[in-house]
Write a protein that binds this ligand. Structure first.
Ligand code: NAD
Length: 442
């Protein structure tokens, strides 16, 4: 099938190359010329495990191509995906300007064959209708708009796209159902259903899924505070909760809070939608408050540890990406923590295996910190180390080297990657989430 994907970011690029890998003929379109040039050369502009291999394979097979020209890219496509940004506006609502401006441009194009325009961006209920109206207003005919939210996780995006837990298609157009079913046939089986529903249900499903996950994380972060106060063991508690099949083991890890380009914005956008319909979605605000509180925990603990001030203290940060296996730093907790440390007068030295270039390019205070390409160099002479992202290489770190690099080893483990007892034996003063502090005698 001929497919066009408008917007070649985390979602669009993965969608494009994975559909091409399954045998479709795909054109990926983006306004970013540098990105398109890089993709044409077979290089991925983002770090995503397995993506470059699929990209190069599909380029070699001649099934994917890249362009900056919308009209050229969508010409003759049976399906046009919109994988465009929907960032939060000041009031929390999703900014639909990228989606609607492309819809407007699509409206002006000739469409001799029936075409399906697919909203793959995370968009509020009613967007399919809005996109339809905009295209029609520009004179567009012979099309339908379908909602097809994307559930992939950064860091596992290729696997998630190739082996989705479900695919959701929202439409009441029978032709669209047939075409979307055939498009996704290579990715569907008995355990990976294609769920056909109406557009509002599909649109809401993505927000519901993300905010439910956020509720799980936030619950664990709150219960972690109670564990810390009472001495209850958060790790055993997590096992006990997770063994209950109604709860499940996943997303029960307490930490310094969630980040990324989706969770924070989707919580705010759903809150805005509910308010718009006259309902106050109370759990959403609570989860945002818990999350903000979690970001502050390492700074507060270390401040306490150093007698009330972090002025002049050198703090090493391991992990800048919002989670492991990605270079994405959008709304990364590490950056919020660095902001707070700088406000406290601390000296910050940070390391991440993949995200340093993005920090240099997109973090407004990058010049005020030292960015290191080596994890041990980042903590040379540091007064404390904060682990902000649970990269595997931090779990495997040589603790003796960490100890030697720092004068008196003080570690705040924001992702609970180590065990308190091990850290006590290793001679660290060790803070983590939901567990009592390990303090070494002076
Ligand atoms: P992104 O910022 O990585 O990519 C968006 C791309 O669109 C960029 O490359 C940008 O240059 C391009 N673009 C902007 N305007 C354009 C235009 N007029 N024409 C062509 N291209 C244009 O964003 P993303 O992370 O891929 O997210 C896209 C959407 O998918 C968002 O709504 C997001 O909420 C949703 N989503 C994201 C993820 C994720 O993990 N990143 C997962 C599921 C859903």
């Amino acid at each position: 099938m001929r497919v066009a994907v408008v917007g070649t970011g985390y979602v669009g690029l993965v969608t494009g190359v994975c559909l091409a890998d399954a045998g479709h003929a795909v054109v990926c379109i983006d306004t970013d010329e540098a990105k398109i040039a890089e993709l044409k050369a077979g290089n991925t502009p983002i770090f995503e495990p397995g993506l470059e291999e699929v990209l190069q394979r599909t380029i070699s097979a001649g099934r994917v191509s890249f362009t900056t020209k919308l009209s050229e890219g969508v010409d003759g496509a049976a399906v046009v995906f919109l994988a465009l940004p929907t960032p939060p506006q000041d009031d929390g609502s999703a900014d639909l300007s990228y989606v609607l401006s492309v819809a407007k441009a699509l409206g002006t194009l000739d469409r001799p064959e029936f075409q399906i325009i697919v909203d793959k961006s995370t968009v509020p209920v009613g967007t399919s209708e809005k996109v339809t109206e905009v295209i029609r207003k520009e004179g567009g005919t012979n099309f339908t708009v379908v909602s097809n939210p994307e559930f992939l996780r950064e860091g596992f995006a290729v696997t998630d796209f190739m082996k989705p837990e479900r695919i959701v298609v929202g439409t009441d157009d029978e032709r669209a159902v047939q075409i979307m079913t055939s498009l996704y046939a290579p990715f569907v089986d008995d355990s990976r259903p294609l769920i056909i529903t109406d557009a509002p249900t599909a649109e809401l499903s993505k927000y519901a899924a993300n905010t439910f996950l956020v509720a799980k994380i936030s619950f664990m972060n709150e219960i972690a505070h109670i564990c810390e106060e009472t001495g209850a063991d958060i790790d055993t508690l997590r096992d006990i909760l997770g063994s209950d099949s109604r709860i499940g083991h996943r997303f029960l890890f307490p930490g310094i809070g969630y980040g990324g380009s989706c969770f924070p914005k989707d919580v705010r956008a759903l809150y805005y939608t509910s308010e718009y319909y006259g309902y106050e979605f109370k759990m959403l605000n609570a989860s945002l408050a818990v999350n903000a509180q979690q970001h502050a925990v390492p700074v507060e603990r270390l401040k306490e540890h150093f007698g009330g001030s972090l002025k002049g203290k050198k703090i090493g940060i391991w992990g800048l990406a919002f989670k492991p296996n990605t270079d994405d730093i959008r709304e990364a907790p590490a950056l919020t923590i660095i902001d707070m440390l700088l406000e406290e007068g601390a000296i910050v030295s940070a390391y991440d295996p993949e995200a340093i270039e993005n920090v240099k390019l997109h973090y407004s205070r990058a010049k005020e910190i030292t960015l290191s390409y080596h994890k041990y160099a980042a903590i040379e002479q540091a007064d404390a180390l904060i682990i902000a992202t649970e990269w595997q290489e931090f779990r495997e770190a040589d603790l003796e080297r960490v100890k030697t690099a720092m004068d008196k080893p003080v570690l705040f483990d924001g992702r609970n990657i180590f065990k308190s007892e091990d850290m006590r034996t290793a001679g660290f003063t060790y803070y983590s989430i939901g567990r009592r502090a390990v303090v070494q005698p002076n």
